[in-house]
Design a protein around this ligand. Structure first.
Ligand SMILES: [Zn+2]
Length: 156
């Protein structure tokens, strides 16, 4: 469960395949209750929220990094994650699972140029958003490589 200030971090964690709820407008108390109900770990950059979650018995990570990569590294190492990958991404919009689809299934749903230039397509099972591994994915791969190097050097 990511707090309202960690939207960009939440979307990246979803791309790495983590089941991340992100609620921008919820009050602190509601976030803590949802964590209790759904058995989620709270990610927050708000020390007061972190303290109140701890008091209620919710596992919470206080995130203080300067940029997304630092924040992600804090979270992943705090959770004891040894490496991440982009092989089983979840939907950045709704956290739904993505299923691989053939080009023909999405013809008309994405621009023809995108269909021509790419071969790997996914559709969100929940909201129907179409994803493809295009040039924008290189930045994600770079982020994954960099995080994995940091996680590895931390482990050794
Ligand atoms: Zn979705």
């Amino acid at each position: 469960m990511a707090d309202g200030m960690l939207g960009s971090v939440a979307r990246k964690l979803r791309l790495f395949g983590f089941d991340v709820e992100y609620r921008r407008d919820d009050e602190d108390e509601k976030l803590v209750e949802a964590c209790l109900r759904e058995g989620r770990i709270l990610l927050t950059s708000d020390r007061r929220l972190w303290e109140s979650a701890n008091k209620r018995g919710v596992r919470a990570l206080l995130v203080s990094g300067e940029d997304d990569e630092d924040r992600l590294f804090e979270i992943l190492s705090g959770l004891g994650v040894e490496s991440v990958s982009g092989d089983t991404p979840r939907c950045t919009v709704c956290n739904g699972g993505l299923v691989k689809v053939e080009k023909e299934e999405i013809r008309g749903k994405v621009p023809d140029g995108v269909l021509e230039r790419n071969d790997e397509f996914y559709v969100c099972e929940s909201c129907g958003k179409v994803y493809w591994r295009g040039s924008h994915w290189e930045r994600i791969d770079e982020l994954i490589d960099s995080l994995n190097k940091r996680l590895k050097s931390r482990a050794s």
